[in-house]
Design a protein around this ligand. Structure first.
Ligand SMILES: [Fe+2]
Length: 186
C-alpha cells in the first residue's frame, strides 16, 4: 500500500457519498488504528483497511465487499489489502488474521458505541460508560440494526473481553473526535 491517508480518504469519497457511511468508515479507521497501536502493528496500514473496508457498499450493495478490489486495485492496493477488506464479510471462508479479526470486531461495535453516545443528553463519547453500552446491548429495541451476536462472537474470536473491548474502542473514538478531521463523528 503506497497511498497516503489523504489519498485513501479522497478515494473513499469518490465512491461513497452517504454521510453516515463516511462517518462509519472514519469510526472503523479510528478503532483499527487504536488496535494496531495496542498490538504494535502498522497503524497507517490498519487504519487504511478500516477506512476503505466499505468502499464498494454504496455502488455494489449486492456484491459487497467483493467489488472493493475493482475500486482499489487501480490505485495500487494489492491482493493482500483487498483480501483484508473482503474478510469482513461475515461468511468469508478464510481463517482470519489478527488484523482481519480486529476489523470484524470493530465494524459493528463502533456504530453501536456512537449510537449509545448520541442518546445521552450531552451526546458525549467521553462520558459514555461501558455499563450503559452493555445495558443497551440487551435492549433489543435500541439500534436494532446492529447485530449483537456479531459483536459478541467477533470480540471473542479476537480474544478480548467484551467490556474491555467496548472501553478501548469508546476511548479511541472519544479521543479522535477532538481532532478536526474526525469532529463530525458524534
Ligand atoms: Fe462496515
Amino acid at each position: 500500500m503506497n497511498a497516503t491517508r489523504e489519498e485513501a480518504w479522497k478515494l473513499l469519497q469518490q465512491h461513497v457519498g452517504n454521510e453516515s457511511l463516511l462517518k462509519h468508515c472514519l469510526a472503523v479507521e479510528i478503532a483499527m488504528r487504536a488496535y494496531a497501536e495496542m498490538f504494535s502493528e502498522d497503524q497507517e496500514y490498519w487504519g487504511a483497511v478500516g477506512l476503505l473496508h466499505d468502499i464498494d457498499f454504496e455502488k455494489y450493495p449486492d456484491q459487497h465487499p467483493y467489488q472493493a478490489g475493482s475500486l482499489l486495485a487501480p490505485h495500487g492496493f494489492d491482493v493482500e489489502f483487498i483480501a483484508n477488506v473482503e474478510s469482513h464479510d461475515r461468511n468469508w471462508p478464510g481463517e482470519r488474521t489478527l488484523l482481519q479479526k480486529t476489523l470484524l470486531a470493530v465494524d459493528e461495535l463502533t456504530g453501536f458505541i456512537i449510537a449509545c453516545a448520541l442518546v445521552r443528553p450531552d451526546k458525549s463519547l467521553e462520558k459514555l460508560e461501558v455499563k450503559s453500552v452493555m445495558k443497551k446491548m440487551k435492549d433489543k429495541a435500541f439500534a436494532r440494526a446492529v447485530n449483537r451476536e456479531t459483536i459478541i462472537t467477533s470480540a471473542d474470536a479476537l480474544g478480548v473481553e467484551l467490556k474491555e473491548h467496548i472501553a478501548y474502542v469508546a476511548k479511541a473514538l472519544a479521543a479522535a473526535v477532538q481532532k478536526p478531521k474526525y469532529q463530525k463523528l458524534a
